[in-house]
Design a protein around this ligand. Structure first.
Ligand SMILES: Nc1ncnc2c1ncn2[C@@H]1O[C@H](COP(=O)(O)OP(=O)(O)OP(=O)(O)O)[C@@H](O)[C@H]1O
Ligand SMILES: [Mg+2]
Length: 281
């Protein structure tokens, strides 16, 4: 369980006023939940990720993970439970070669050699990196580096995996595979996931969508609930998935599109049920 209670944070920027980045955030995420976090640029998503992993510390409020307060003195206990992949993979790759980097985390947990090898093989396979396990990190593309960073996080077998826009550097088929690997691990191992994304088509694949705006939590619910609020989302600079937007437009023209519309299959099904009548879009 992740508990965020009354958390505020501001960046101190020398002489200028502090920049508020999170304001009185309240959020509880149960073990094994699949949560997408969305919000436009500067809404506080990365700041939240850094607070959850004790890279930054709240000015007010408290964060606990599995009951342990996220503080400097507990950082090792926290890092055993929570693995994070930051936006820029260059910030977190440590070793020279791919397989060594993926093994780095499990080695620091003091696991047996066979267990480390098992986890590294699994994580490399999950991200399609088997073929480049011996390659030097410096020779990789940004997308490959991102995959190595994600493999390193998976190899920790954390209770919670936190990903800050992991798919922004990935080609679409790799991004799709990553999400299905994550969901698979969630089903099999009960691993909770917090997935920060700008992609609404990814967000609909999660159980819960949390929306931040200017450091505040403004929406929190199942994708179908959140993506019904089309006008409010647009007001805070967010789009909605294509099918949800089409359904909204049809409803506003009086077409009775019933039920939750998250993808084109939902829309097609709803339209075959709607009474036939010519509609101009
Ligand atoms: N190192 C920093 N120093 C000063 N201000 C910062 C720093 N990092 C972030 N901020 C400010 O804090 C606020 C929240 O930023 P944050 O990076 O958490 O947003 P974000 O939602 O991750 O945005 P993006 O979608 O662009 O990654 C913004 O106003 C940002 O300008
Ligand atoms: Mg960010």
């Amino acid at each position: 369980m992740i508990e965020i209670e009354g958390v505020s944070f501001a960046y101190r920027t020398g002489e200028a006023d502090a920049v508020p980045a999170l304001r009185e955030l309240e959020l509880r995420i149960g073990a094994g939940q699949l949560v997408a976090i969305i919000g436009h640029n500067g809404s506080g998503k990365s700041t939240l990720v850094k607070l959850l992993t004790a890279v930054l510390h709240p000015l007010e409020g408290e964060i606990r993970i599995d009951g342990i307060p996220v503080r400097e003195e507990n950082q090792w206990e926290i890092r055993e439970r929570v693995a994070v992949v930051f936006q820029d993979p260059d910030d977190q790759l440590i070793m020279n070669r791919v397989a060594d980097d993926v093994a780095f985390g499990p080695e620091n947990l003091g696991l047996a050699r066979e267990e480390i090898e098992r986890r590294v093989a699994f994580a490399l396979g999950a991200l399609g990196l088997e073929g480049i396990s011996g390659t030097l990190i410096e020779d990789l593309s940004p997308g490959e580096k991102q995959r190595v960073a994600i493999a390193g996080a998976l190899a920790m077998q954390p209770h919670f995996l936190i990903l800050d826009e992991p798919t922004s550097l990935l080609p679409a088929p790799v991004a799709v595979r990553l999400i299905s690997t994550i969901k698979d691990l969630n089903r099999r191992e009960g691993m909770g996931v917090l997935h920060v994304t700008h992609s609404m088509s990814e967000a609909v694949l999660f159980d819960r969508v949390v929306v931040l705006d200017e450091g505040r939590l403004v929406m929190d619910g199942a994708p179908a609930e959140v993506f019904r609020r089309v006008d409010e989302l647009r007001e805070i600079g967010l789009d909605v998935p294509l099918a949800a937007s089409l359904a909204h437009r049809l409803r506003s023209r009086g077409v009775p599109v019933e039920g939750d519309i998250l993808d084109l299959a939902d829309l097609r099904a709803a339209l075959t049920k709607a009474p036939r009548r010519r509609t101009r879009l």
